[in-house]
Design a protein around this ligand. Structure first.
Ligand SMILES: *Cc1c(COP(=O)(O)O)cnc(C)c1O
Length: 438
């Protein structure tokens, strides 16, 4: 697969380079030069394939020149080793549960696939790939667990002290092996700044092979297409063929993958991008003015993004035409108050407890149905995280209804191991150099 930069359409880069660079020098994002359309025979009979089989078909359409068939199959079977089931709420409405991976969030799809792709591309004899990540919570857990035990990789996670939830902290700090955590006495921005300084430091780069596990990496986008295809496979089995997806969106990577799947031939009637009050995209689709803003903190904190990185990818998929995007993507925003009401409503109507991000996706469906009262469609909203990851949101009665997954009970038995550090680059650099020699 050849890729270009959204800031330079003449650039041509191979997949391996794009994976290790994450982002082009010109600060655009990598996009495939050609988007393959899958064959009709496969698309019409998705119901005959399992999730890993679908994942292989989709990935190989993109990556057949980059990774031999059997290697790609092995990577997928190792990375996509959990389910993405549809749970039916009523005749028309389903929730797509993307939280059955190790970190209980959809980011496991991207992180697990990317980690294995990176390990695969390490050159023979290249000792170690050092992955540096700053996290405000969810990404770190997915990356840590995604790389856990992957040969020739070592992950260093920086997180802000006291600013991540208990479960998130344990997911970062209890792994051991090739994963280590640094608890920074500062904010998420401090963590991110330290990582950026490390990437710019000549001495560090001379001694270590540093890479970021950035959410905009093309190797995280590709595996997120798999579950959109697999949703249609599940719907075909119950005789449903026309679907509207609602995607809870922050950085717009998840929905960008859905739209890439659509461009690869997946039959989808409509996408809904549901956001919290960080509403850069709904405002843009309404007014035509793309104006980013500083992010505002909300209950759906994994979507607190004022400048969604992946939006340029979506514009690229639709040839930069807002009218074309508008046809395929509706976008609505919701407040914290509406989010909490939605969590209660979903529980009352269906006996189902949704995380705040998921509840926002459900609200998007309600609004779309009101605006488009035609019957017949099937609605799927994406559940991006397990509700147990956000204990502060729920009152005691709702909290009691959340079944705690096995991963979490196991986590709570584990010990937290983190290196405490001031937000000071010299301290961070000394740590990296010293542990590199050990
Ligand atoms: C990251 C995340 C989102 C937002 O996904 P994007 O791809 O950034 O739009 C939504 N929900 C949860 C739980 C997340 O972790």
């Amino acid at each position: 697969m050849k890729l270009y930069s959204t800031n330079n359409h003449d650039l041509r880069i191979d997949f391996q380079t794009a994976v290790f660079n994450s982002m082009p020098q010109d600060k655009g994002l990598y996009m495939p030069v050609e988007i393959p359309v899958l064959d009709q025979e496969f698309l019409q009979h998705l119901d005959q394939y399992t999730l890993p089989e679908i994942a292989y078909k989709v990935a190989s359409a993109l990556l057949h020149d980059d990774i031999p068939e059997n290697d790609l199959k092995a990577i997928i079977e190792d990375a996509i080793n959990f389910e993405a089931p549809l749970h039916q709420l009523n005749e028309q409405t389903y929730v797509l549960e993307l939280f059955h991976g190790p970190s209980l969030a959809f980011k496991d799809f991207g992180a697990r696939f990317m980690s294995r792709i990176m390990a695969y591309f390490l050159k023979d004899g290249e000792a170690l790939l050092d992955v540096l990540v700053a996290t405000s919570g969810d990404t770190g857990g997915a990356v840590a667990l995604g790389f856990l035990g992957v040969p020739n990789t070592r992950v260093t996670i920086l997180y802000p002290k006291g600013k991540v939830s208990e479960i998130q902290e344990l997911q970062l700090c209890s792994n051991g092996h090739n994963i280590r955590a640094i608890e920074i006495d500062g904010t998420f921005d401090d963590c991110q700044h330290l990582v950026k300084q490390a990437f710019a430091d000549d001495e560090l780069n001379a001694q270590m092979r540093l890479t970021s596990a950035n959410s905009i990496n093309i190797a995280r986008l590709i595996p997120q297409t798999f579950y959109y295809f697999n949703t249609l496979a599940q719907l075909f089995r119950v005789g449903k063929r026309e679907v509207v997806f609602s995607v809870p969106s922050g950085n717009f990577g998840n929905i960008a993958a859905g739209l890439l799947a659509y461009k690869m031939g997946l039959p989808v009637k409509q996408f809904i991008a549901s956001t919290n009050v960080n509403d850069t995209v709904p405002r843009f689709l309404e007014t035509g003015i793309y104006e980013t803003r500083p992010s505002v903190q909300t209950y759906a904190n994994a979507m607190d993004v004022g400048a969604p990185s992946n939006w340029v990818r979506i514009m690229a998929l639709f040839n930069e035409q807002r009218e074309n995007v508008q046809k395929m993507v509706k976008s609505y925003r919701y407040s914290d108050e509406q989010t909490v009401e939605a969590i209660a409503a979903i529980d009352q109507q269906y006996g189902y407890v949704a995380c705040p991000h998921t509840a926002i996706a459900w609200l998007g469906i309600q609004e779309y149905q009101q605006n488009n009262p035609s019957a017949g469609d099937t609605f799927v909203f994406l559940s991006t995280a397990h509700p147990c990851k956000f204990p502060d949101i729920f009152d005691a009665e709702l909290a009691a209804k959340i079944s705690i997954p096995e991963q979490v009970s196991e986590l709570k038995k584990k010990e937290k191991i983190a290196t405490a550090m001031q937000a000071d680059f010299n301290a961070f650099k000394t740590f990296l150099l010293k542990t590199n020699q050990d």
